[in-house]
Design a protein around this ligand. Structure first.
Ligand SMILES: Cc1cc2nc3c(=O)[nH]c(=O)nc-3n(C[C@H](O)[C@H](O)[C@H](O)COP(=O)(O)O)c2cc1C
Length: 177
């Protein structure tokens, strides 16, 4: 499907469309949006994988237990990833990567508009780039006793472990302005 609205072109694409652009921007940050029980939130992620597991296209993300985002994903079992392309959102990424949704509504303060998703309830962000609608298939908390010692010392000395979420990518759209 391709539609024109206010000069915005939205195109449904394959889950691996523009994957090298996805990886290049991920290095600088992407937005993870959540929504559950009347609450919504957005945070920055830098760690993610796109691949194929259980014969399904999947997005794997790692979210620390201290994040406000975690409770919302655990409640709704879904999230979206918005990867800004051909636009500069580094200021907003830095902000959403340091301030918590526990303390303020980052959509309002950062003027981040929402774009309704097609297959899930959680919206994407209305900006040029790649947008993934993801439904959680599996989650597991990192077990420190099974983790490489150097990785453990580098990333988890404060005990704030990540939960790994493996989610099916049920829809991918490319937004071009
Ligand atoms: C570039 C960048 C990448 C980040 N990647 C992650 C990540 O992959 N997982 C994570 O748990 N936190 C990550 N963070 C930190 C969270 O975005 C940050 O703690 C945020 O304020 C959490 O928001 P929340 O409490 O509203 O969920 C990253 C921060 C930045 C700046």
């Amino acid at each position: 499907m391709e539609k024109d609205n206010n000069k915005t072109k939205i195109k449904n694409v394959a889950y691996d469309y523009g994957i090298s652009d996805f990886l290049a921007q991920l290095n600088k940050g992407a937005f993870l949006t959540t929504q559950y029980a009347g609450e919504n939130n957005v945070m920055t992620i830098g760690w993610a994988q796109i691949g194929m597991i259980w014969s399904k296209p999947v997005m794997t993300v790692l979210v620390r237990k201290s994040r406000y985002t975690k409770g919302l994903i655990d409640g709704s079992k879904e999230f979206t990833i918005s990867v800004p392309l051909n636009c500069d959102k580094q200021k907003e990424l830095a902000y959403c990567g340091t301030v918590s949704g526990k303390d303020e509504n980052k959509f309002d303060t950062q003027r981040l508009k929402l774009l309704e998703s097609e297959k899930i309830n959680t919206p994407c962000l209305d900006m040029p780039g790649l947008h993934y609608e993801c439904m959680v298939l599996y989650r597991t908390e990192i077990k420190l006793s099974d983790l490489d010692e150097i990785v453990n010392d580098t990333w988890y000395h404060d005990g704030d472990t990540h939960t790994i979420y493996v989610a099916e990518i049920v829809n991918t759209r490319f937004v071009n302005k």
